[in-house]
Design a protein around this ligand. Structure first.
Ligand SMILES: [Zn+2]
Length: 373
């Protein structure tokens, strides 16, 4: 079947046309048992930028030409193999194996008179770059273009960037929401992977089970996952047992950034969690402290995370999720939370902000620097 007679071959023209930039300058070895099909394919490939096409008509000539590329210092860029020259499925796999042993990194596009699942599997096992119907010139040009593109841009060269991992540690349910709820929402929307670690169920301020459920809903609103531990509310220590509890989550989440209570805080649990977190996160490159309602005037923020209206709304919604605390805690008053964020906004480019006291920032250019906005 010749490409000219293929119905719908015009429809495929755009994909073949796209092949031109990647095929420009390529040198290609093409095997086909029929000289007319070989020359039609060669002409189409040249029309799409391939500079050099060498055609052969047997497996021996194919392997021989593979050993002798046009330039002794540069291998073929790509090869096309007609299965009609190579026998059955098992032979195809073995033949491709022989080709790659001799020409590592030179992809082979396989052409077949009537591609079947069996033949395609044999080609796959032999690591063929693609399989197209023999005589489908437009399909061949597109497949050669794709194979060439893959050798030019290997997947390893463009790994998906790993999302930033942030761990936010608090002593009690709602601490993290009050201190960094807007920052968590902002960063989660940017694709950061965020874990909230709450070290107690807050049994001193209500039913631990109910508070656990509230904390879970609040984390969902902010876009974070929640890890809840069960240290004693009111008497959390800063000794090695607390450090180990925090280290468990550090090992699992491998954070790039950690946020925690400040040392300048009147609540003993907050101070203990601050100290234990500094030890547990000694290898984390960036660590900063958020502001709790019990922070003292010695809390000295030096970074300000600018928040949008929706970040602030999410923070307030997360705090509202702690329904068991609303009404009994002066610091949960929405008017106060909103005006506090508005006040810190004067240190940023945004209307609202959350303050951070940076303890460690090991990034050369200052990871938190962008947070002024
Ligand atoms: Zn607290």
């Amino acid at each position: 079947m010749s490409s000219q007679s293929l119905p719908g071959s015009d429809d495929r023209a755009p994909s073949a046309h796209d092949a031109r930039p990647v095929l420009s300058g390529a040198r290609l070895l093409l095997a086909d048992r029929d000289e007319r099909i070989a020359s039609a394919a060669a002409e189409a490939l040249r029309n799409h930028g391939v500079t050099h096409v060498h055609t052969v008509g047997s497996s021996a000539a194919f392997l021989e030409a593979g050993r002798r590329p046009p330039s002794p210092v540069r291998a073929w860029d790509i090869a096309v193999w007609d299965t009609g020259l190579g026998g059955g499925d098992e032979n195809l796999t073995a033949f491709l194996g022989a080709w790659y042993a001799q020409n590592p990194g030179v992809p082979v596009v396989v052409t077949d008179d009537a591609p079947s699942t069996h033949r395609a599997l044999a080609a796959l096992r032999g690591r063929a770059a693609d399989m197209v119907e023999r005589g489908d010139t437009a399909g061949l040009v597109a497949a050669v273009g794709r194979a060439r593109h893959q050798t030019l841009v290997p997947p390893a060269a463009t790994p998906a960037p790993k999302p930033v991992s942030m761990l936010v540690v608090g002593a009690h349910p709602d601490d993290v929401e009050i201190g960094a709820g807007g920052t968590i929402h902002l960063r989660a929307a940017e694709g950061w992977d965020i874990t909230v670690l709450t070290l107690s169920h807050g049994g001193g301020g209500g039913d631990p089970e109910r508070r656990g459920g509230e904390a879970l809903r609040a984390a969902e609103v902010m876009g974070a996952r929640l890890v809840m531990e069960d240290l004693p509310d009111g008497s959390i220590s800063d000794d090695s047992s607390t450090v180990r509890v925090i280290e468990r989550t550090v090992e699992k989440t491998r954070p790039d950034v950690v946020l925690v209570h400040s040392a300048s805080d009147t609540h003993q649990d907050h101070r203990a969690v601050h100290r234990a977190t500094l030890v547990a996160c000694r290898r984390v490159p960036r660590l900063a402290c958020y502001q709790s309602p019990s922070a003292t005037v010695s809390y000295h923020p030096n970074r300000f995370v600018g928040l949008s209206e929706s970040d602030l709304d999410a923070k307030l919604a997360a705090i509202r999720a702690h329904g068991s605390q609303a009404g009994s805690r002066w610091y949960l008053d929405e008017d106060l939370l909103r005006s506090t964020a508005r006040y810190w906004g004067r240190f940023s480019q945004a209307r609202y902000a959350e303050p951070l006291e940076v303890i460690r920032d090991a990034t050369p250019l200052g990871f938190f620097a962008g947070d002024h906005g």
